[in-house]
Design a protein around this ligand. Structure first.
Ligand code: SF4
Length: 465
């Protein structure tokens, strides 16, 4: 759960544009951020723990400028939250820093691939998947002498998992997507300036409106010769049953900002369809529809429009508390629910409330919310979830808890309803989700159905992300 941005604009200084892009994707990671920037002769790097506004409140140095750059916001999945694991990562050679890379995703054969490199004398500063991608490419390029594109292809063949990455050299930007296109990666530009990003809102802020998406496994280079697309050559190598994309459907459920176009559709529209699906499949009649803000706002709106019930913001969210789901420890998560939401009693009093949330992970937050709404005067609380039961962990870049910690893995739907103290509970079905997303694409839904598009090693299965 990270965000990447890359910009190539000959003759311009791109630092502010990269920062603007990172601001737009702060929701994808709040623990660390960084930018690597190049001017044709040097690559410079600045990265720290903390929000974009804190790390880049001023230019890191007078000479921190250039016409191409890549930037990153991080929430850790692989590797602890330390500066060494913040991205981008940099490769130093005897002639100085030459290459930097940042990535969104998670690798499934990290340990094996790292051991392979270490056996060849490569050392690592941290334990992060982005660093592994970079060292793999750099070793094949600088040590083996492969042209850079071939070194990237070698990485795509050997390193497995999810990655949407931006790589810069002294004078070129590369956008790289894994062969399953699990994480989003889009690009756009006008020939004078090219922007690559995890979400289209980072292109919007940079006034780029000709937007396209990297194809599965595609590499795009931006350099003095212009933009060149390099399609992935060998799709039949994908896991049987996954001959097309395996886009993460959770991007639409939760992660992407609703104004972003992800996997060809605006997440706002997809979420409204989720809500309409729930309304169509609901046998309970409520008095008012209330979202758990912010990620379920569009789902609740879709429900309200399809059912004809009034929509109200009955829970006020404190935006100065982080997202409870991504708080790394349990005590903070527990306190966070009360600190984060405050109920409007006049909305709830004596009403049958359709409370809409995007997903249930451990169940602790949902239980507190149901109790909060009831204590605010609701006559009934009916919980509606804009996704299926989350039963399995993610190994491709989303920091879900271990499978055993997921309430959907331990309890039946009726047991979950009882635990949450809701009057009724309705999830979407996997088929329902499929009916609401682009039918031309295939989606990873492994956290709901356990069908993982990239094989997991035993190491990965036991450790989790
Ligand atoms: Fe997304 Fe779930 Fe697949 Fe992970 S397992 S990539 S969260 S759909």
């Amino acid at each position: 759960m990270c965000g990447v941005v890359g910009i190539y604009a000959p003759g311009q200084d791109v630092m502010s544009d990269v920062i603007n892009g990172l601001f737009q994707m702060q929701h994808r990671g709040q623990d660390a951020c960084g930018i690597a920037i190049a001017d044709g002769s040097r690559v410079r790097l600045h990265k720290r723990l903390g929000y974009v506004r804190k790390v880049f409140n001023k230019r890191p140095a007078d000479d921190f400028q250039g016409h191409l750059a890549c930037g990153h916001v991080r929430y850790p999945t692989q590797g602890s939250n330390s500066r060494a694991n913040a991205q981008p990562h940099l490769v130093e050679t005897v002639s100085g820093p030459r290459m930097a890379l940042c990535s969104n995703g998670d690798l499934t054969n990290y340990a094996e691939a790292r051991a392979w490199l270490e056996a060849r004398g490569v050392s690592f500063a941290g334990s992060n998947d982005g660093e592994l991608l970079l060292r793999w490419i750099a070793w094949h390029h600088f040590e083996e002498g492969l042209p850079l594109l071939e070194a990237i292809r070698r990485m795509q063949e050997q390193v497995k998992g999810a990655y949407s990455a931006c790589l810069i050299t002294l004078d070129r930007l590369y956008a790289i997507r894994d062969p399953h296109a699990i994480r989003p990666l889009c690009f756009g530009g006008d020939g004078q300036r090219w922007v690559v990003a995890s979400e289209t809102n980072a292109l919007d802020i940079n006034r780029v409106d000709q937007v396209d998406e990297l194809l599965p496994g595609e590499v795009i280079s931006f350099g003095p010769e212009g933009m060149q697309r390099h399609p992935y050559p060998d799709l039949p190598k994908l896991r049987p049953g996954w001959d097309r994309s395996a886009h993460c459907v959770f991007e639409h459920v939760y992660f992407s900002r609703p104004d972003s176009i992800v996997f060809g559709e605006r997440s706002y529209d997809v979420r409204k369809r989720f809500g309409a699906w729930l309304a169509r499949h609901d046998s309970v009649r409520g008095d008012v529809v209330v979202p758990v803000p912010d990620s379920s706002n569009a789902v609740a709106l879709g429900y309200a429009q399809a059912s004809g019930l009034p929509f109200e913001f009955g829970l006020m969210r404190n935006h100065y508390i982080g997202r409870t789901f991504i708080s790394p420890d349990q005590p903070l998560r527990d306190d966070g629910v009360k600190l984060k939401f405050n109920p409007l009693r006049s909305i709830f009093k004596d009403r049958r409330v359709i409370l809409v949330d995007d997903s249930i992970v451990r169940g602790t937050t949902s239980r507190k919310l149901v109790r909060m709404v009831r204590a605010a005067g609701a006559a009934e609380v009916h919980l509606r979830i804009g996704s299926p039961v989350t039963r399995f962990s993610c190994y491709y870049g989303v920091d879900t808890p271990s499978t055993e910690e997921l309430i959907g893995n331990r309890m039946s739907e009726e047991e979950i309803r009882e635990y949450l103290t809701a009057d009724s509970l309705l999830y979407m079905t996997p088929e329902g989700v499929r009916a609401c997303v682009d039918p031309e694409r295939s989606f990873c839904m492994a956290c709901f159905d356990g069908r993982y598009p990239v094989a997991l090693t035993e190491d990965k299965r036991s450790k989790g992300c």
